[in-house]
Design a protein around this ligand. Structure first.
Ligand code: AMP
Length: 192
């Protein structure tokens, strides 16, 4: 089963993707994590992405589409994958559909974690990694631009998935466990 988790920064996509990875053996594909690894390793992509990410802006679509195409082709995605942070623009959504079609794959569920925007700045200000570290782009100033970019570029892809009945909304303001149960119920219904 292949799914997309959509939602603004701080909606809980990463948390839920990690949970699904351990409970269902699906592979989390986080484009944010992949890019942070590229930045750390100072690769060509990392060097291109670094400043954009620091400002909360998007890395160009062709780079992202290529990155996902390569990642999905890896054997560890064969049991299913969870896209976390991709697609983020309509052009990425369209490119994803055509690359999946070419590979005979499809997306079983597109799940939007719906969260009130004013809760997000607070959530991200408090967010810590497993090692207690903070992401530089969780700084409230950068969060505001990330939310603006989400509103301008990512929210407009919701109608794209809504139009053919693919989009399912889950209330992301519930506690983590309830959000997880809601996702499970949705995926179980799909599998049944
Ligand atoms: P995330 O960890 O998903 O919040 O992503 C962190 C940052 O990586 C974003 O603010 C963007 O700068 C960049 N990024 C991640 N995924 C994408 C994507 N699909 N398209 C463009 N930029 C992305």
């Amino acid at each position: 089963m292949n799914i997309i988790l959509l939602g603004p920064p701080g909606a809980g996509k990463g948390t839920q993707a990690k949970r699904l990875e351990s409970s269902r053996g699906m592979k989390q594909i986080s484009t944010g994590d992949m890019l942070r690894a590229e930045v750390k390793a100072e690769t060509k992509i990392g060097l291109q992405a670094k400043d954009l990410m620091a400002k909360g802006q998007f890395v160009p679509d062709p780079i992202m589409v290529q990155m996902i195409e390569n990642r999905i082709a890896q054997p560890d995605c064969a049991r299913g994958f969870i896209l976390d942070g991709f697609p983020r623009t309509e052009s990425q959504a369209v490119a994803l559909d055509s690359m999946l079609k070419e590979q005979g794959l499809n997306i079983d569920a597109v799940i939007l974690l719906d969260v009130a925007e004013d809760a997000l700045v607070q959530r991200l200000a408090e967010r810590r990694g497993d090692d207690g570290s903070r992401r530089a782009d969780d700084d409230p100033e950068v969060v505001r631009s990330r939310l603006e970019v989400y509103r301008a570029q990512t929210a407009p892809i919701l109608p794209y998935y809504e139009k053919n009945g693919r989009l399912k909304r889950i209330d992301g303001m519930q506690d983590v466990g309830c959000v997880g149960s809601a996702i499970d119920a949705l995926l179980d219904a799909k599998q049944a």
